[in-house]
Design a protein around this ligand. Structure first.
Ligand code: NAI
Ligand code: MG
Length: 358
């Protein structure tokens, strides 16, 4: 009988993006070839800061419509030394996430077998979190303006937008995520002591939605106190929901506490499944190591795992993550994890593990 076939858009973009996406596709292809339970068909899009410098835009006319035809999007990283970061971020990444209504950004973090947390007393299993980031509004809604440019009395405003609709849908998604995990524990991050409008609405809606999930334990943390709890008591946390800005910051801290920013993935999901979702490693384009062949591909492998999960290939996802952890445990690690292996060596080791699944 026919096996499912998924159409994947790949957008490697800038810096180490193409290096890690190549690695991720090699692992995914090896997995599909070995398991023979699904097929993957990749379409490559060369949208990047190079395209922007040549044409003045990241996404060509009709580009978004093309993307919508795929089952999922695999994204590398965007950002170049000679393009301001707000241009690259809004030109490509947010230009995909926002119109495709990928309102839930999901960032799992854990300490892999064979890797180490910089925290002295944090073993494998002590840190196993999923951070849910509101991905469509909040502090990154793009509202605000500049007046009196270049003058000493110049002003800039950045208005955070919190809508009942936006909060409700992200809270419901966060409670559902917490409910599916063994501990059924959700921490709602806020700053309603200082920000007394949008953040108070955030708290109120969280409380209302919590009534629908009596089996999930909820607690509320101010974002500043949250940073200390993540460092001092990582084992007390499980699923975490936070605003666009708060979760952006907390998830980089989470990745560092798990050992390296090079291992963690991010999913930009449209939970309604009306549009394809987008999967990417959490890290950026890392100019400092671009072209050196030492970028850690593990973040992209885990990204591939998350993508397979979303596509419904749960068995393949579990197997791939296991292969990656086996390779970490064998000590085949890139420099950021304290090893000496190259991107290519880690990828070959993961592909070899995958081929053992046959
Ligand atoms: P970054 O994540 O690119 O790099 C931070 C540090 O982590 C660097 O020292 C880098 O070498 C290291 N690192 C990152 N990924 C690694 C990997 N896979 N293996 C080994 N080491 C790794 O963040 P940075 O330097 O703040 O930003 C560089 C550019 O990337 C900027 O233009 C920024 O706007 C962009 N960026 C893009 C993101 C995206 O596309 N989602 C996310 C974050 C940053
Ligand atoms: Mg970030």
């Amino acid at each position: 009988s026919a096996i499912p076939s998924y159409s994947i858009a790949s957008i490697p973009a800038d810096g180490i993006g193409p290096e890690v996406i190549n690695a991720g596709i090699a692992a995914l292809q090896a997995l599909a070839d070995t398991l023979e339970t699904f097929k993957l068909d990749f379409t490559h899009y060369d949208w990047s800061s190079e395209t922007y410098k040549k044409t003045g835009r990241y996404i060509p006319d009709g580009g978004l419509e093309q993307l919508k035809k795929h089952d999922a999007i695999l994204f590398g990283a965007v950002g170049a030394p000679d393009v301001p970061d707000h241009i690259s971020l809004w030109g490509l990444r947010l230009a995909i996430c926002q119109p495709l209504q990928q309102y839930a950004n999901v960032r799992p973090t854990k300490v892999f077998r064979g890797t180490q947390s910089p925290l002295r007393n944090c073993a494998t299993g002590d840190l196993d979190w999923v951070i849910i980031r509101e991905n469509s509004e909040g502090e990154y809604a793009g509202q605000g303006g500049r007046s009196h440019q270049g003058r000493p009395w110049e002003i800039g405003t950045e208005t955070a937008i919190f809508s009942r609709h936006g909060i409700e849908r992200i809270m419901r998604f966060a409670f559902e995520t917490a409910q599916q995990r063994p501990r059924k524990l959700l921490t709602v991050v806020t700053k309603s002591n200082a920000q007394r409008n949008g953040m108070v609405l955030w708290d109120e809606v969280a409380k209302a939605v919590s009534q629908e999930f009596p089996d999930v334990t909820v607690d509320k943390m101010l974002v500043d106190a949250m940073t200390t709890r993540m460092v001092l008591k990582p084992e007390t946390l499980d699923t975490i929901v936070a605003t666009n800005l708060h979760a952006d910051i907390l998830s980089d801290l989470a990745a560092a506490l798990a050992g390296s920013i090079g291992i963690a993935p991010t999913s930009n999901l449209d939970p309604t499944r009306e549009n394809p979702s987008m999967f990417e490693p959490i890290h950026g384009s890392a100019f400092d190591i671009t072209g050196m062949g030492i970028a850690n591909p593990v973040g992209t492998f885990w990204t591939a795992v998350e993508m397979l999960n979303w596509l419904g290939e749960k068995d393949a996802a579990v197997k791939l993550l296991d292969c990656v952890e086996n390779v970490c445990e064998q000590g085949v690690l890139t420099r950021d994890l304290g090893g000496k292996a190259t991107t290519k060596e880690v990828t070959e080791a993961v592909v070899a593990e995958i081929q053992k699944l046959k």
